[in-house]
Design a protein around this ligand. Structure first.
Ligand code: G1P
Length: 297
């Protein structure tokens, strides 16, 4: 299966940081956000990644390309570890392809731009401003891989969701699972999906969280779906229409943390938590954070 990452958005929620830098290139400690997402996809076993991109996003293409001058300088200076880190930015065996989204008409439209590259196959969608954390060092959780395994068994489209405060529902796509409980790591049948509902109308507090495994028949619906919320062509609407046409959809509740790095608070939280876990700076950063907390008490 190929994975599609739409990176054509202008990142207005992160201005002024994103005026000249793509939001996907904002760093979380020592790697840009997009690199974590590519690593997550590679760890789930996929080797073909299609980036749906925009003229202002060349630095993303460059990040995953070879940089001969840098590599030869690091080689001459015998900086072996750095050289290895730079060379493994694109995980071994992974192909990264690029296609432009001609016009910015919404997430559904961006995903459809990848159709000529993916073909009429089932596919994965990963949104670049959602980072999935793995908090526990002994963690065996492999969220995206679990969704793909499930899809391979029952052919139901898989949508990652996360429980959020009810007051936040109008910022996300929300799924209806008929009032059932959904524990982390579990699946439930979806009865409807709605993009950014009002608090009063939201069918649950389960927010769509940037990872999808989609049946190939969703392509046909994406070609026909009309603009919805914000007058944009919404992926959520296409999946809802796939459901209404008899397709089956399941929600998968993420295990561990999901960070909304498309918001300033979400990015700050992701940064702090990743810094605490970082092998080189984690221990010192924890000491600093503790003293900061004591001094602000
Ligand atoms: C998109 C989707 C929405 C989803 C969100 C987070 O919204 O349309 O359904 O909940 O990503 O994954 P956006 O953040 O692009 O407004």
């Amino acid at each position: 299966m190929k994975a599609v990452i739409p990176v054509a958005g202008l990142g207005t929620r992160m201005l002024p940081a994103t005026k000249a830098i793509p939001k996907e290139m904002l760093s979380v400690v020592d790697k840009p956000m997009i690199q974590y997402v590519v690593e997550e996809i590679a760890a789930a076993g996929m080797t073909d990644i299609v980036l749906v991109t925009h003229a202002s996003k060349n630095s993303i293409e460059n990040h995953f390309d070879t940089q001969f001058e840098l590599e030869s300088t690091l080689e001459k200076r015998v900086k072996r570890q750095l050289l290895e880190e730079v060379r493994s930015i694109t995980p071994r065996g992974v192909n990264i392809m690029h296609i432009r989204q001609g016009q910015a008409l919404g997430l559904g439209h961006a995903i459809l731009a990848a159709h000529p590259v993916v073909g009429d196959d089932d596919f994965v969608v990963a949104l670049p401003d959602v980072m999935i954390g793995q908090q526990r060092s002994d963690s065996t959780c492999d969220n995206l891989a679990a969704m793909i395994r499930r899809f391979n068994i029952n052919a139901a489209c898989q949508i990652m969701v996360n429980s959020i405060p009810v007051s936040q529902v109008s910022k996300f796509g929300i799924v209806d699972i008929q009032g059932n409980n959904l524990n982390p790591g579990s699946f439930a049948r979806v009865e409807a999906l709605v993009e950014k509902p009002d608090v009063q109308q939201a069918p649950s507090n389960l927010a769509i969280t940037g990872r999808y495994v989609l049946h190939r028949n969703v392509w046909k619906i994406l070609q026909q779906v009309q603009p919805g919320f914000g007058n944009e062509i919404q992926l959520t609407d296409a999946i809802d229409q796939y459901l209404a046409a008899g397709g089956s959809i399941e929600a998968y509740h993420v295990m561990d943390r999901a960070y909304d790095c498309g918001s300033k608070l979400g990015l700050a939280v992701a940064y702090v938590e990743h810094a605490l876990q970082h092998k080189d700076i984690g221990a010192d950063f924890a000491v600093h954070l503790k003293s900061l907390c004591r001094s602000t008490d």
